[in-house]
Design a protein around this ligand. Sequence first.
Ligand code: ADP
Length: 268
Amino acid sequence: NSDMTLSIRLIPYSKDLWMLVARDVSRLVRLEEMRRDFVANVSHELRTPLTVIHGYLDMLDAEDYPDLAPVLAEMSRQSDRMSNLVEDLLTLSRLEAQGITIERNRVDMHGMLNTLRADAEGLSQGRHTILVEGLTDVDVLGSAQELHSAFSNLVSNAIRYTPTDGRIIVRWYRTGDGGAVLSVADTGFGIPPSHLPRLTERFYRVSNSRSRTSGGTGLGLAIAKHILNLHDAHLEISSEVGLGSTFSCIFGPSSVLDAATQLAHHTP
Ligand code: ADP
């Protein structure tokens, strides 16, 4: 049956015997596809009504309705929040789609670091010390747009979960095995160890009032993880409550480019 999906595992049984376990997971795979399609369709359908609501809210000038000013401000805030959620859900559905491929271009990491510095400064508005440092001659093979969205999510989390006067440090450095790491460290609130393994699940948030009022969607790290996985990279998180957190995007050698490395389609 060509539609059947089997999960096959080889398990040691005794000293020189192995057990082959084949499980029909077709139904699970189909259900997962249905869930993905459903979320993508609903999110897409929500876009138009939200655009209309935004449009009318923009037309209502708070100065003409002084009594309603706080109500209009809250309606605006909540509809922005809903739009962010819908856009994040659409991004996640796109990244979860099977067989998705990404561009494989040289991503100028020096330019990326400058963009991340500007992102951080814009969000912090002078409330934090921001340090961005790293290699200027090592690049990544992939999609600049997708990578920026993964990295900038880590930067905005670092700002969001770090009190005023804290420090945010973005670093880009090589590992011994030919790979490279983009890390975002903060001196913020930190995350209790029990939450770390589940942090990249959709909608998973550390249950404290800070996460609830931060204005995030709870989808940022799930999106970042997917983007990194498409780049031969993965996310490692270390954190200590009260001291801060470090989110490291670890790239394998196959997606790291030295200045001297020529891309096949760039060679004359
Ligand atoms: P959110 O939109 O809620 O920020 P994310 O997926 O980006 O969603 O993050 C999930 C949760 O991880 C957050 O709600 C927060 O509790 C925790 N978190 C993420 N980054 C940090 C950080 N730098 N410091 C402390 N907690 C963090």
